[in-house]
Ligand binder design. Structure first.
Ligand SMILES: Nc1ncnc2c1ncn2[C@@H]1O[C@H](COP(=O)(O)OP(=O)(O)OP(=O)(O)O)[C@@H](O)[C@H]1O
Ligand SMILES: [Mg+2]
Length: 398
């Protein structure tokens, strides 16, 4: 999707020019510093939650978004998660008003904004590409939207000081984007969204261009800012660890539809489908044929997370180790399981090597069951399994 200046102007100028804010004299030294939460976002958030109701977007035969519904509570961070092409960016752009829906309705703060242009939706947006103006300095980039909105100079200066301190940009304000690292450019893009002081902020894969360490830092900073300012945020990513660590609620998308919407810990503990089970968690959940002695075994798949597979020499089914990868804090051991592979993640360094004989087992309550045809979760089978644990601990033992 290409970015245009017109859109940018609409998006960053969409906040009201109200006199909200944090009080000019208070200086924010760092994100870890204390900050009272009587912010514009907290005040306005009484009505700033987002509802997406049965929204679709078609381009000819392409159903980019197909009957999607979800809601973000006021002051919460909702992550749209899913593989490339599943419709995350399109959904975000529909919320922003950068695309028109083919069907359905979008509400922000209780008001139906479906037909409103971006500038009337009172949101800020951070694009994946940063979309900074190369000819403007950092300060000018951050202030661009406020100038367009003709916010008074004193107010602009006050907000700039605050945002620069919040993001550690104080000493970079006179530089041009080309003189910044990727992470610094990212902060400028964030600053431009934050300074608008809108209660709703949309972010499209804002950290994907950063290295792993910086990404982890920025993810904590964004979450911290979102919580401290009480912003309602919709954040797009294809990185499940980002979703798990940041979100209050995760909406997992697949081929234009919502696969599952849940709090991160619920999605991890009770994935609704095989797709959700394998998308959340790393390495992905093992999905195996169910033990032959369970009812309707041929119609059921059994899932167990690598971190729930226990290795030993005394109990469980005997398997042969195929590979061992040491990651410092833990080791991932892959074993041959019939034609398939079973992955185990064990703490520390495992003294195993390819070809070692090993036994594996797991607690029955750590098993998940799915319908083999539809991929949907089958909690009825789970109950049976816990009732007769022994069979499943030794599942696959032949
Ligand atoms: N303007 C457009 N015209 C036609 N098809 C489009 C357009 N924009 C997006 N699509 C299609 O809609 C689908 C969803 O695209 P979208 O950009 O929303 O995916 P995404 O989940 O953000 O993927 P990624 O993680 O790769 O950014 C894709 O099949 C894409 O090719
Ligand atoms: Mg995208």
């Amino acid at each position: 999707m290409t970015f245009t200046k017109q859109w940018f102007t609409a998006i960053v100028t969409s906040g009201t020019a109200g006199t909200g804010g944090l009080g000019g004299r208070r200086k924010l030294k760092s994100l870890a510093g204390s900050m009272r939460c009587t912010t514009w976002a907290a005040r306005e958030n009484a009505v700033s939650q987002i509802s997406v109701v049965d929204v679709s977007k078609y381009w000819g035969a392409t159903r980019a978004v197909d009957g999607v519904s979800f809601a973000a509570d006021a002051g919460s961070l909702l992550v749209l998660l899913g593989p490339s092409g599943c419709g995350k960016s399109t959904t975000l752009r529909l919320i922003a008003g950068l695309e028109q829906v083919s069907g359905g309705r979008i509400f922000i703060g209780g008001a139906d904004v479906t037909a409103l242009p971006p500038a009337k939706r009172r949101i800020a947006m951070v694009f994946q590409s940063y979309a900074l103006f190369p000819h403007l300095t950092v300060a000018e980039n951050i202030l661009f939207g406020l100038k367009v909105r003709k916010v008074a100079a004193a107010e602009r200066d006050r907000r700039l000081e605050r945002v620069a301190a919040l993001l550690g940009l104080e000493r970079l304000l006179a530089r041009k984007p080309a003189q910044l690292s990727g992470g610094q450019q990212q902060r400028v893009a964030l600053g431009r969204a934050i300074i608008a002081e809108t209660p709703v902020c949309l972010m499209d894969e804002p950290l994907s261009n950063l290295d792993a360490q910086l990404r982890a830092e920025m993810r904590r900073e964004i979450r911290s800012i979102q919580q401290k300012l009480g912003i309602t945020m919709v954040y797009v990513t294809h990185d499940q660890s980002e979703a798990m660590s940041m979100a209050d609620r995760v909406v997992l998308m697949r081929e234009g539809k919502v696969e599952q919407a849940a709090a991160p810990d619920d999605m991890y503990a009770r994935p609704a489908t095989v797709f959700a089970a394998r998308f959340i968690g790393t390495p992905p959940m093992n999905i195996l044929p169910a033990a032959p002695d369970i009812a309707a075994a041929d119609q059921v798949l059994m899932g167990v997370r690598p971190e729930h597979v226990m290795l030993g020499h005394d109990i469980g089914m005997p398997l042969r180790v195929r590979g061992v990868e040491f990651f410092g804090a833990d080791t991932v051991v892959t074993c041959a399981y019939g034609e398939a592979t079973l992955t185990a993640r064990v703490p520390g360094k495992a003294t195993l090597s390819a070809g070692s004989a090993i036994r594996v087992h797991w607690r029955p309550e750590d098993l998940h069951f799915f319908d083999a045809a539809s991929g949907r979760r089958r909690d009825d089978v789970m109950t049976l399994a816990i009732g007769d644990a022994k069979q499943f601990v030794h599942a696959g033992l032949a």
